[in-house]
Design a protein around this ligand. Structure first.
Ligand code: ZN
Ligand code: ZN
Length: 328
């Protein structure tokens, strides 16, 4: 196990192999049964509740999103998850489904299941994660990332989460585009992101730029260009849990973020950057607020919330080969 390299494949390939497909699903269910899966959901919600701002700032920057740490944090998150899962995470290249997203093979009843039922609060019914199977009770969190009904979690991170898993997985394909809160996040084209969106991101340098948040210029920040439209666009298109701080409740989260990470690898492997890892992330100490003070948590040698020294720091995950996985 220790020398094993996880090979992350295109999910379409997994779907053609009955054995690989069922092993992946079984691994998800197994991790859910141990209670470890829900820990990941809560970790994600906790980072979203950890805002990283100074007084007077109006940004969405938190401990894992809308700032330079977005890509390293999700890389570490997936890496930890993959080790617990014991199986390589496939990636969902959604550009292959642009023409007819609803018909994507990933929505098959024996895989991710499909859309939620509008007559039942958009709950997903079919599939291994659907409510008919009773194997996938979801966990909800408040704005601070605490499981709803549990205010003790931050004080004691080892409290079992099983008492708080009582929801059902939801999705509402395309509907968020009809809501005001999704305006400006790709509403001009309410489809899945296209190849051109990915190509535009891949052509963007440097990695990120001041003010290091959700207002960084799309033409001056690869991170912003990827995080906003391709990344956010998929969360918005799928809807339901994917729109919330507990988005990892949907197993699709991991297939989507595997693809986002793959695009980052591709960007890092560009001929102009391959031999210059200093281009992969700004030097430590250079990510600062407008007043010049350090933005703690987003700088290159910083450890990440909520793992601290129980996980890698940003610098250690910049080269994904260190984490023993690769993309096929
Ligand atoms: Zn996230
Ligand atoms: Zn995401």
């Amino acid at each position: 196990m220790s020398d094993e390299i996880f090979v992350r494949k295109n999910v379409r390939k997994i779907l053609k192999d009955e054995k690989e497909k069922s092993e992946l699903i079984k691994a998800f269910i197994r991790l859910k049964e141990t209670g470890k899966y829900d820990r990941y959901v809560i970790w994600h919600a906790q980072t979203m509740g950890t805002m990283v701002q100074i007084t007077g700032e109006d940004t969405r920057r938190n401990a894992a999103h809308w700032g330079p740490i977005f890509l390293p944090w999700h890389r570490e998150f997936l890496h930890k998850f993959e080790l617990d899962l014991g199986v390589a995470l496939p990636y969902w290249d959604w550009t292959e489904d642009v023409l007819n997203p609803m018909a994507s093979p990933i929505w098959r009843d024996d895989f991710m299941g499909g859309n939620g039922n509008p007559a039942n609060d958009y709950v997903v019914f079919k599939g291994p994660f659907g409510s008919e199977q009773l194997k996938w009770p979801t966990i909800e969190a408040n704005d601070y990332g605490n499981p709803v009904g549990n205010t003790e979690l931050n004080a004691n991170p080892n409290i079992p989460l099983s008492d708080y898993t009582n929801g059902s997985l939801t999705r509402f394909f395309t509907l968020c585009y009809l809501e005001p809160r999704c305006a400006g996040t790709g509403g001009v084209n309410p489809g899945l992101p296209k190849s051109i969106d990915v190509d535009n991101a891949l052509a963007t340098s440097p990695y990120d730029s001041s003010p290091w948040d959700d207002s960084s210029s799309q033409s001056q920040s690869f991170r912003m260009r990827l995080e906003n439209r391709p990344h956010g666009g998929v969360h918005i298109w799928v809807g339901g849990h994917m729109l919330t701080n507990t988005s990892p409740n949907d197993p699709l989260f991991f297939l989507h973020h595997s693809n986002i990470d793959r695009i980052w690898v591709e960007w890092q492997n560009d001929i102009s950057r391959r031999t210059e890892p200093q281009k992969w992330y700004p030097p430590h100490g250079t990510i600062t607020f407008p007043d010049g003070s350090i933005i703690h948590g987003h700088n290159r040698n910083d450890h990440m919330t909520p793992w601290g020294t129980n996980g890698n720091n940003i610098e250690m995950v910049l080269n994904h080969h260190n984490l023993k996985y690769k993309y096929e």
